[in-house]
Ligand binder design. Structure first.
Ligand code: FES
Length: 97
């Protein structure tokens, strides 16, 4: 089990190893969370910034990297939350433009 800390609300959710971050939508139902759309890596609604635990959300594939750069989010700290699977404790926030 690993902890996902969502900032700036400082809300913590504990999820099993390997869980997709899309689980946050269910765990935080009715609360402010990540704005998921397609959940398939194509709409760009779910961009997050990783504040801690960058190595615990799986590898970023080339398609995801290229799409994030197109959206104006270059760099390793940005991810599409719908493409991330949890393997350790992380702290994240919804990316702002
Ligand atoms: S929900 Fe559409 S890219 Fe993540």
């Amino acid at each position: 089990m690993h902890t996902v800390k969502l900032m700036p609300q400082s809300v913590e959710v504990v999820l099993p190893h390997g869980s997709p971050l899309t689980e946050l939508e269910f765990e935080l139902y009715g609360q402010e969370s990540i704005p998921f759309g397609c959940k398939a890596g194509v709409c760009g609604a779910c961009v997050i910034e990783i504040l801690d635990g960058i190595n615990y959300l799986g590898a970023k594939q080339k398609e995801e990297k290229d799409f994030l750069e197109t959206l104006g989010y270059p760099g390793e700290t940005f991810r599409l939350a719908c493409q991330c699977h949890l393997s350790g404790a992380v702290t994240i926030q919804v990316a702002s433009r």
